[in-house]
Design a protein around this ligand. Structure first.
Ligand SMILES: [Zn+2]
Length: 154
């Protein structure tokens, strides 16, 4: 296949072993700052996916809670294929530290009693949420934390 502009379009999704946390892109900005984009993958591509209410509630709760642990988070957004999320951090790549940050935030999600901003004022589809489904997905991924740094099956 020809080389494409988007990093993940050059990733062979058949070879990865989810769940994992990997560096998808590193951008050196003109003034010297560095942006690192992480692929936080919950589900094995083309085998499994999250339902949208789970994706949406993970997105809201993670986005709110992760900023309690780091001032460097720029963005946390779902992948359209519903198998994971992109986490954008204004710092040099550091997979072990990012794994700890993600795990800490997952713990917050497990302890949450409601999804932040799940209403018509603060969200574009406030009814499309499931905290229970989000917690189930996060719990399953957290259970495999010891292999999050292994992107390809051994
Ligand atoms: Zn929303």
């Amino acid at each position: 296949m020809p080389s494409m502009n988007v990093e993940s379009f050059n990733l062979d999704h058949r070879t990865v072993s989810a769940p994992y946390v990997r560096v998808a892109d590193v951008k050196q900005l003109p003034l010297g700052d560095v942006l690192t984009k992480y692929d936080v993958r919950f589900c094995q591509p083309n085998k499994d996916h999250l339902e949208m209410p789970a994706v949406h509630s993970i997105e809201h709760t993670f986005a709110e809670c992760v900023r309690d642990h780091s001032d460097d988070v720029v963005d946390f957004s779902p992948m359209g294929c519903q198998t994971g999320f992109y986490l954008l951090i204004a710092a040099q790549p550091d997979v072990p530290a990012t794994i700890e940050l993600v795990a800490q935030t997952f713990q917050d999600i497990l302890e949450a009693t409601e999804v932040p901003a799940a209403n018509e004022v603060q969200c574009g589809w406030g009814a499309n949420h499931s905290l229970e489904a989000a917690q189930t997905a996060v719990k399953a991924m957290l259970a495999q934390k010891n292999t999050w740094d292994q992107v390809v099956a051994p």
